[in-house]
Design a protein around this ligand. Structure first.
Ligand code: NAD
Length: 325
């Protein structure tokens, strides 16, 4: 399956959460394609630094606003019609689940509804960044899109898991009953340059600890697994879905699975660090295994990830070592 490019020169794209890690990489490619991009962000977890290189670009506008309150329609860049709306705004790190729980629920519910209404009004394609967390602590491995998940609705992670599940339900309802052209991507663990070193996710934490020669703190026994996807691969997958007419949900990530212990050891070896790997108490409801079944992404979008963990981690370590020095 080959998906032809649908969005490029002359198209206006709205990206919520545009100053975040994944969205900023996505914007770089959209700008390279010739799109005009309007990013909206309240900087709750993102940073202007991530898009600073685009500050003077004639086809890029950064608008500061909380999308849970609705779009600031008085802003001239927002008032004009969009061809596509990509909803990526949301704190996404497990650390944020405890510090920004209400904000996460609002952006996964109120903001999604505001943006869906706007997409219908504009006749725009709508793309929702959902998550592998929609599967909760999965009982099926690897996770296939037809699996409904195993989520604790009142657990510590529920603010994120359930907000994304609500976003998916809302997107499907607008697709079914309002004729919205919509796509849902379920994103699996992604890493790369521009992640926050202190965001609490395993890769930036381990890399920062290794570069500083501090103990690497693995939660639990470290036997729990994740598949880790380099950000360039994810961005390619998201854009394939955007360009297609698929609704999904479609998984995006890599099938290469690592245990947290293996990941910690690989990072120690790639950084040449003297850090020791230590083990802390496991966090509640932390999924045991997570790996996407990518059959649908391959069949419908022609998506195959290309960057292996060593190469991706090398690039990420280089970025973090420059940033930390
Ligand atoms: P990130 O925190 O770097 O980016 C999210 C951005 O959204 C930030 O810039 C933040 O300031 C902004 N934001 C949050 N709430 C907002 C609001 N109410 N109004 C305006 N802006 C707001 O996180 P990321 O890892 O780049 O994640 C981007 C998207 O991808 C999120 O929706 C996340 O749920 C999803 N996702 C990411 C991963 C991953 O591994 N990185 C995995 C699954 C899903």
């Amino acid at each position: 399956m080959v998906v032809a490019q649908r969005f490029g020169q002359g198209h206006r794209i709205l990206v919520t959460g545009g100053a975040g890690f994944v969205p900023s990489h996505l914007i770089d490619v959209l700008i390279d394609r010739g799109c005009t991009v309007v990013a909206v962000d309240n900087f709750v977890t993102g940073s202007k630094d991530n898009v600073a290189h685009l500050a003077d670009h004639e086809r890029f506008t950064l608008v500061e606003a909380d999308v849970s309150d609705g779009l600031p329609n008085h802003h001239p860049a927002i008032a004009e019609r969009f061809d596509a709306i990509l909803h990526l705004a949301s704190p996404a790190s497990p650390k944020d689940f405890a510090t920004l729980p209400i904000e996460i629920l609002r952006v996964g519910s109120l903001a999604t509804l505001h943006l869906l209404d706007r997409a219908v009004a504009d006749g725009a394609r709508f793309l929702l960044a959902s998550t592998s967390e929609a599967y909760g602590d999965p009982k099926i491995h690897p996770q296939v899109e037809t699996y409904w998940g195993n989520v604790n609705p009142i657990g510590i992670r529920s603010v994120y898991d359930e907000a994304k599940r609500f976003s998916e339900a809302a997107t499907m309802a607008y697709h079914r009953y309002r004729g919205l052209d919509a796509g849902i991507v379920r994103i699996f663990n992604t890493y790369g340059p521009r992640m926050r070193p202190d965001d609490g996710r395993a890769i930036p934490t381990f890399i920062t600890q290794a570069l500083r020669g501090e103990p690497i703190t693995v939660h639990g026994t470290g036997a729990q697994t994740r598949s880790i996807c380099y950000v360039d691969d994810l961005v390619r997958g998201i854009l394939l879905l955007l360009d297609s007419t698929e609704t999904g949900p479609i998984n995006c990530g890599t099938e290469h699975e690592l245990s947290m212990r293996e990941l910690a050891e690989l990072i120690v070896s790639l950084t040449g660090s003297s850090s020791e790997v230590t083990y802390l108490t496991r966090t509640a409801d932390d999924p045991e295994m997570r790996r996407p079944d990518l059959t649908l992404a391959q069949e419908r979008l022609g998506y195959t990830p290309t960057v292996g963990p060593e190469e991706g981690l090398r690039r990420t370590i280089e970025h973090f070592s420059q940033r930390l020095s």
